[in-house]
Design a protein around this ligand. Structure first.
Ligand code: F6P
Length: 471
C-alpha cells in the first residue's frame, strides 16, 4: 500500500494550526499511512542533515532545522519578497536580491537530501506551495522515481509577472519535474497554459532559452474548500455562543460587517476601509446602526511591505474613527490578533455581512468558513472579491472589484438592505457550492489523480473537529 508523504514549509503545530494548509492535510494523514515533512520552525547554527521525528497530536511529522541566514533568504527573501508579490501581481512591492535565490535553492536541496532516505519506492509525495517549487527536481536529481505532485495554494501569475521573477526559467523547468500540478482556479491553469504554450525567451542573457517540456506534467484546477458542516457545528459551540453573547451586548442593534484576514497587502484591507468610509459618507442612515469589525492577525512582519501595510491601516482606521465616531458610537473595531476557530465561527454567524475583498487570492477559505457558519433561517450576505479563487465557486455572492471602492460600498449597502428571502436563496446556493467543494474531497481527488491506486482509506473521519484558519 502506498504511503502518502506530505511536504510543506510549515508543519502542523500542537494546538491550533498555523494555517489553512495545515488544517486540510492533517485530516488526510490521520487516516492514511505516511508522514508529514517540513521545517521544524527552529533556527540553529549547524542544523543536522537528519530529520527528527515527532508525534504531533497523533500525526507523524519529520522536521529539519535551518540556519537563520538560509531561512531569511528562502522564506522572507525569495519566497515572500519575490514570489509572493509577483504571483499576486504586485511587482511594485517585490524586492529583488540576487543571493536570495541561492538560499531558496539551498533550502530545497536540504529538504530533498533529508527526505530522500526516508522515501520508499512506492511512496506518493505531495509537495505544497511556492516555497518548494524546486523540490521535485532536487529529489529526482537524487534518484527519486516516485509519483510527485505539487499544489499551488496561491494564484499563478500572468506571463509578464512571471518573466519579472529572477530564474523564472529554472522555476518553470522545476515545475515540469512534477507528475501533477494542482491549482486553485481555472484562471490559474489558463495562466500556466498561456506560459507553457508561448514560452518567451528569457530576459537573462545567462539563462537557457530552450523550450521547457511539460508533456509529462498534468496541470489541473483542484479548488480547495473547507469543512462547512464542521463550521456549522463550531458556530453553535459554547465558545462561539460566548463570543456571540459578548458581541451582542456590545453591538446592541447595530448590524455587524466582518472581515477576517492575515495582515497582508494582498487582502485589500485599505481599499476595504475606504469602501466602508464611503458607505457611511453616502448613507447617513447607516451611521450608528452598523459596525465594521476587522480581525487582522499580523503576518510576516519582518518584511518592510507588511509593516507599511500595517501602518497604513492604523492611519486609515484612525481617520474613519475621527470622521464618524461619536462619544457613544464607534464605526469600526480593528483587532490585530488571532482568534481561535470557535470564536471566529461565532463572529461569522453573527455577522450580517462577510466582507472578503482580497485584491488577488488563491482561494480564500474565510469565504468558505463564513458560508459554513451561517444560520440557515437568517443567513448573512457574502461580499466577495471577483479576484479571489472563491469567486469561481461562489457566483451567488455579491461579487465586487475590490479596487473600485464605490462598487464595494454599493455592495455593502445592498447586503445590508437585502431582504431575508433573497439572503436565504443566495446562501442556499453558496452552501451547496461549499459542501460540493469540501476539503476532504479536495485532498482525495488530488491524491487519486496523482496515484490512481490510492484508495478511499484516506476518507476522513467526519467527526474530526475542523480547525481551519486564516490562510
Ligand atoms: O496562502 C498561502 C500560505 O502560504 C498558506 O499556506 C499559509 O497558511 C499562509 O499563506 C500563511 O503564510 P506563512 O506561512 O508565511 O505565515
Amino acid at each position: 500500500m502506498s504511503r502518502i508523504v506530505i511536504v510543506s514549509n510549515r508543519t502542523p503545530g500542537k494546538g491550533p494550526a498555523a494555517g489553512g494548509l495545515a488544517v486540510a492535510l492533517r485530516k488526510v494523514l490521520s487516516n492514511h499511512e505516511g508522514f508529514w515533512f517540513g521545517w521544524s520552525g527552529k533556527l540553529t547554527e549547524t542544523p543536522s542533515s537528519k530529520p527528527h521525528f515527532e508525534d504531533i497530536d497523533g500525526l507523524k511529522v519529520a522536521q529539519i532545522d535551518l540556519t537563520a541566514d538560509d531561512h531569511r533568504a528562502y522564506y522572507a527573501g525569495f519566497s515572500n519578497s519575490i514570489l509572493w508579490p509577483s504571483f499576486h501581481l504586485r511587482l511594485d512591492l517585490a524586492t529583488i536580491e540576487g543571493y536570495w535565490y541561492e538560499g531558496y535553492r539551498r533550502v530545497n536541496q536540504q529538504f530533498a537530501k533529508a527526505l530522500m532516505p526516508l522515501l520508499k519506492p512506492d511512496d506518493v509525495v505531495w509537495v505544497h506551495d511556492y516555497h518548494l517549487i524546486p523540490l521535485a527536481s532536487e529529489l529526482r536529481r537524487l534518484g527519486a522515481k516516485n509519483r510527485i505532485g505539487f499544489y499551488l495554494h496561491i494564484p499563478f501569475p500572468t506571463a509578464d509577472a512571471l518573466y519579472a521573477i529572477p530564474h523564472h526559467g529554472d522555476l518553470m523547468r522545476d515545475l515540469s519535474r512534477y507528475d501533477l500540478i494542482g491549482m486553485q482556479a481555472n484562471r490559474d491553469v489558463a495562466a500556466f497554459t498561456d506560459f507553457a504554450e508561448h514560452q518567451a525567451p528569457s530576459t537573462f542573457a545567462t539563462a537557457s532559452t530552450e523550450t521547457i517540456d511539460f508533456s509529462k506534467t498534468e496541470v489541473t484546477a483542484f479548488p480547495i474548500g473547507s469543512d462547512p458542516e464542521a463550521f456549522t457545528r463550531l458556530s453553535t459551540s459554547p465558545a462561539a455562543k460566548k463570543m456571540i453573547h459578548r458581541m451582542r451586548r456590545a453591538l446592541t442593534d447595530q448590524r455587524l460587517i466582518l472581515g477576517v484576514d492575515r495582515l497582508d497587502y494582498s487582502k485589500g484591507l485599505p481599499q476595504r476601509i475606504e469602501a466602508y468610509e464611503k458607505l457611511l459618507a453616502n448613507n447617513q442612515r447607516f451611521r450608528r446602526n452598523v459596525h465594521l469589525l476587522q480581525v487582522a492577525p499580523p503576518s510576516r512582519d519582518s518584511i518592510k511591505e507588511y509593516q507599511e501595510t500595517s501602518d497604513t491601516l492604523d492611519a486609515m482606521a484612525g481617520r474613519v474613527m475621527g470622521r464618524f465616531a461619536e462619544p457613544d458610537w464607534a464605526p469600526l473595531t480593528y483587532v490585530k490578533r488571532a482568534y481561535g476557530q470557535p470564536s471566529l465561527a461565532g463572529l461569522y454567524r453573527l455577522a450580517r455581512v462577510g466582507l472578503v475583498t482580497p485584491l488577488r487570492d488563491g482561494m480564500n477559505l474565510v469565504a468558505h468558513e463564513y458560508v459554513g457558519a451561517q444560520d440557515p433561517e437568517d443567513p448573512g450576505v457574502l461580499v466577495l472579491s471577483r479576484f479571489a479563487g472563491a469567486a469561481e465557486i461562489f457566483p451567488e455572492a455579491l461579487l465586487v472589484n475590490p479596487f473600485d471602492t464605490d462598487e464595494t460600498a454599493e455592495a455593502l449597502r445592498m447586503a445590508l438592505d437585502m431582504p431575508l428571502e433573497e439572503r436565504k436563496q443566495r446562501w442556499q446556493a453558496l452552501w451547496a457550492a461549499a459542501t460540493k467543494h469540501n476539503v476532504d474531497d479536495w485532498a482525495l481527488s488530488f491524491l487519486k489523480r496523482l496515484s490512481p491506486g490510492i484508495e478511499d482509506q484516506a476518507q476522513v473521519d467526519k467527526d474530526t473537529i475542523y480547525m481551519a484558519s486564516v490562510a
